[in-house]
Design a protein around this ligand. Structure first.
Ligand SMILES: [Zn+2]
Length: 413
């Protein structure tokens, strides 16, 4: 009942062909609904049909290929990119899905392989639009309100997209998650970080996607002449901010888990002149961790540090909370399938969280979902430098095929 193995030449060729749509140097600019994106979707539609899938594009641009079986595991990712992005972010998972569908096509297994390329994961207009729409989680108000950074409405892009499909003679039809059909969602993605490479592992069996906290920490002192105001009389919002930030970073070092990452990405001083003591200052603090408990503990650390800062030097410290995302646990049965497949093929793997969001997070709210990582050379991603060796690309596909074929043949995850 087993399907055939990964055809490595075909796999690499399809990835290279896909990267030619919107190519810039070694990378790709393929923003959702741009001409390059539309061309790539039409190319993928043909590839899916050639693979024996019943393929169509839905009204928002998701490309969906349905296998002949009554139940299927859904494999995929996205094919839109950021500006000057890499050739593998998203594309890798879509072409793996296509190749695995080809391998499993004649297996006769009770569970087939459906393939999807979600539109608009990168959020040119609305992050994870395609996958959330596929899951029925996006309302008309969100679509009507969404705009690009330069103010272009998403609805205008959708209209233009519909026109381009019509011109190409392609009719669209809805594509939605079907819980009676889809047994699970499994996505392969480049790691987009350096951990696999540093630890000399080839596969990441992803356990969950980190939660994110954003705080803006503000200091209110008093602007004054930097030459005439004695040090003892100053309420220097910059000095207090720097001391506060240093001690907070030390505290994070002590309190965080090995998986926690944090970042001060933005600092502002007011008025920001060399001869004026700053009266106001602020900085952004972001932290991410796969555990809700750790995030809650770090929330407390920040709140207590602010209270302590307000007991000292006359500069008032406060904070506002920005968007936050709770950590998400992927289905442990799927990460076990990935690690077992890696063991079976003698490929070194680690269990790890994902520090970035993926379409799998949208799917995980409705279906058992899993995520598999392959190494990123130098950890580069969202740049044209992004790359993975051909050997690692092929190895990742072989591990994923092993995991998927076990699920398809055994008929359950
Ligand atoms: Zn991606």
């Amino acid at each position: 009942m087993r399907g055939c193995g990964i055809n490595s030449q075909r796999l690499i060729r399809d990835l290279r062909d896909l990267s030619s749509f919107g190519a810039v140097g070694k990378g790709v600019t393929r923003l959702s609904y741009s001409p390059a994106d539309v061309e790539a979707r039409l190319w993928l539609l043909r590839k899916m049909s050639d693979a024996g899938l019943q393929a169509w594009i839905d009204e928002v641009g998701n490309v969906y290929g349905r296998s002949l079986a009554n139940r299927a595991i859904l494999l995929g990712s996205h094919t839109d990119t950021v500006p000057q992005g890499g050739w593998l972010d998203g594309s890798l998972g879509v072409i793996y899905a296509l190749e695995i569908a080809r391998c499993m096509r004649e297996s006769g297994a009770p569970v087939g392989v459906d393939v999807v390329s979600f539109v608009e994961e990168e959020g040119t207009y609305l992050s994870w639009f395609g996958s959330r729409h596929f899951c029925g989680d996006i309302g008309a108000e969100q679509i009507n309100a969404a705009r690009s950074e330069i103010g272009r409405p998403l609805v205008d892009a959708l209209k233009e997209f519909a026109g381009a499909l019509q011109k190409a003679g392609v009719a669209c039809a809805p594509a939605h998650l079907d819980r009676n059909r889809h047994v699970a969602y499994l996505e392969a993605h480049i790691e987009q970080g350096p951990r696999l490479e540093v630890e000399n592992k080839k596969i990441g069996a992803v356990t969950g996607i980190v939660g994110i906290r954003n705080r803006q920490i503000c200091f209110q002192g008093a602007s004054a002449h930097a030459g005439t105001t004695p040090m003892s009389l100053r309420r220097d919002a910059c000095g207090t901010m720097i001391r506060f930030a240093c001690s907070l970073l030390d505290e994070f070092e002590r309190s965080a888990s090995p998986n926690t990452v944090w970042n001060i990405g933005y600092i502002r001083l007011e008025p920001g002149r060399r001869n004026v003591v700053p009266g106001k200052s602020e900085f952004s603090l972001q932290y991410r961790d796969p555990s809700s408990e750790t995030l809650a503990y770090l929330d407390k650390v920040v709140t207590e540090s602010i209270a302590a800062a307000n007991r000292s030097d006359g500069v008032v410290c406060s904070s506002t909370t920005g968007f936050s995302v709770e950590p998400l646990h992927l289905d442990p049965r799927l990460s076990r399938r990935i690690s077992e497949a890696a063991d079976a093929l003698d490929v070194p793997w680690i269990a790890m969280p994902s520090g970035a969001g993926h379409d799998a997070a949208a799917l995980a709210r409705h279906l058992p979902a899993g995520l598999l990582f392959v190494p990123s050379i130098g950890g580069h991603s969202h740049t044209t430098e992004e790359n993975t060796s051909d050997d690692d690309i092929v190895l990742g596909a072989e591990v994923m095929l092993e995991a998927v074929s076990n699920i398809c043949i055994q008929g359950s995850i």
